[in-house]
Write a protein that binds this ligand. Structure first.
Ligand code: ATP
Length: 244
């Protein structure tokens, strides 16, 4: 699906160096790593919002620059950490997910169906006509996920998309996403959520530290090494369960 060959990206300092990665179709990948490790940067590179300083990113064997913006938007959608400050209703924001498919000025029946499905999955039915500016942070985040679901792309990029959701919506939305047979690449800080993925990509010090599949047991020693923490202290303060 995606192929990254020796991708490097820097701001003032190198953020990602020589990242090579093959993303398989219809698999769920989580990305975890310490603050500043480059998770958002990697997702923005995959979304075509940033360009590698060197190296290449291919989507379905073509460089991502090959696709027009509209074509790309029918293949890849991103739930970013953005906060919408504009005066739109929930329904209007979710509808924006259908813009890449819009013929002239009108939505098709299919567009309306996708919008309604996305609203339902994200539990937004009762908030459809509310102004986005009046929502709580968790409701706001559900609107961004719904817009991405309405876009109905084979690839979903999620940047801490569940960070403000309560447990009910985390479970129901992740469950719905996993049943859709899409390729999902999601940055997480919550290790327990990251472990739902087929593969977990660990980013650290500008590199892919390790890629682990679901079958592998993630021992606390591994996390100690990865996050530079002393896991023995966690049990003293009742936090050892965060690694399990
Ligand atoms: N626009 C920018 N200009 C300069 N540096 C930036 C910019 N955006 C991000 N950075 C830097 O790039 C590094 C990687 O940022 P990124 O947001 O990708 O990390 P992250 O792994 O998603 O972090 P977090 O877990 O804190 O969300 C950080 O050190 C950050 O300061």
């Amino acid at each position: 699906m995606y192929q990254l060959d020796n991708v490097c990206f820097s701001y003032k300092r190198p953020i990602l160096e020589n990242i090579s990665l093959a993303i398989q179709k219809n698999k769920f990948y989580s990305i975890i790593g310490p603050n500043g490790a480059g998770k958002t940067t990697l997702l923005r590179l995959l979304a075509g919002l940033l360009k590698p300083k060197s190296g290449n990113i291919f989507l379905e064997k073509k460089p991502i620059s090959f696709y027009s913006k509209k074509q790309f938007a029918t293949k890849v959608s991103l739930v970013s950490k953005e906060y919408i400050h504009f005066d739109y209703t929930v329904y209007e924001i979710v509808s924006m997910g259908r813009y890449p498919y819009k013929k002239r000025f009108n939505f098709s029946n299919q567009d309306y169906i996708k919008i309604e499905q996305a609203i339902k999955i994200c539990g937004l039915g009762h908030l459809k006509n509310e102004n986005i500016l009046s929502l709580s942070s968790g409701e706001h985040q559900r609107v961004l996920i719904a817009r991405c679901l309405a876009q109905d792309t084979p690839i979903l990029l999620l940047d801490e998309a569940f960070s403000n959701l309560d447990l009910k919506y985390i479970l129901s939305i992740i469950d719905a996403l996993m049943s859709l047979n899409k390729t999902i690449i999601s940055a997480f800080h919550d290790i327990k959520l990251a472990r739902l993925a087929d593969y977990t990509i660990f980013l650290k010090n500008t590199q892919i530290f390790k890629i682990i599949d679901k079958q592998e047991i993630l021992s606390s020693r591994f996390f100690e090494q990865f996050y530079d923490i002393d896991a023995s202290n966690l049990s003293n303060i009742g936090l050892n369960s965060i690694l399990i």
